[in-house]
Write a protein of this length. Structure first.
Length: 251
């Protein structure tokens, strides 16, 4: 436990306290978009604006989770790979486990902070009222929904050289945000794009948040989507790890 605590503290200091990109992209950018679209560009009656404030709050929370999990995780792993950290960790499997669990806990903290910032802005600036239970559910769902997105970040980090990881992240994050309906309603997209977008983990996260904020009927299909993505990505990562081990043995 001491090793896990030490690894988690190190990851938190590295990603949260010593990383200006976290505050700029993971916190400030979604908050800026939320204020821009709900206070400046919004149109309609008072009730329509209030409904839009609630809807867009969920979208920006999902967007903050998306960029936190993919950009931050892939950059973290790519930098460590450049320093040959995986090779050192492979010598001691226990430390390898602590490394990844510590990273997962750090990313969970990042998700909670990102969601909390948007919730605070929505409450103070736009007068969005939510029960304490709803607030805890939103934060919890943000952390839960971040798991498959974190695995995508791990996969991106393994897919290219450290210098190309950022470009790969852009190719994943922004199309996923658009097709999932995070920036504008998914109903505005062509039908075939809507069908793809509704299978994205970000759409499932946003929909679960809407279930809480609008007190809608719970739909298990969103949990199935998140579980399916998580299982598929874990399988892909396991196959890649196994293939790498086989090549190492043959060499």
């Amino acid at each position: 436990m001491n090793q896990l605590r030490t690894q988690t503290k190190y990851a938190i200091k590295r990603e949260l306290l010593r990383n200006p990109r976290f505050f700029l992209f993971n916190l400030a950018m979604p908050a800026f978009f939320y204020i821009l679209f709900t206070k400046i560009l919004v149109q309609g009656s008072a009730s329509e604006k209030q409904q839009f404030n609630l809807n867009y709050m969920g979208s920006m929370i999902a967007y903050s989770v998306l960029i936190s999990m993919i950009f931050s995780v892939s950059a973290f792993l790519a930098e460590d790979r450049q320093e040959n950290m995986p090779t050192l960790l492979a010598i001691t499997p226990a430390k390898q486990l602590y490394y990844y669990v510590g990273l997962m806990l750090t990313m969970t903290v990042m998700n909670i902070l990102s969601a909390s910032v948007i919730l605070t802005i929505a409450t103070i600036i736009n007068g969005v009222h939510l029960t304490l239970i709803s607030l805890f559910l939103i934060v919890g769902l943000s952390a839960l929904g971040g798991l498959p997105l974190m695995l995508i970040g791990v996969l991106v980090a393994k897919s290219g050289r450290p210098s190309s990881v950022n470009s790969l992240c852009n190719l994943v994050v922004f199309p996923m945000a658009i097709i999932s309906g995070l920036w504008w309603p998914i109903s505005l997209l062509p039908h075939w794009m809507q069908q793809i977008g509704k299978l994205m983990p970000t759409y499932a996260v946003n929909s679960l948040l809407n279930v809480v904020t609008k007190q809608m009927h719970f739909n298990w299909s969103f949990i199935v989507i998140l579980t399916g993505w998580t299982a598929a990505l874990l399988t892909i990562l396991w196959l890649l790890s196994r293939a790498k081990n086989d090549r190492s043995i043959q060499a």
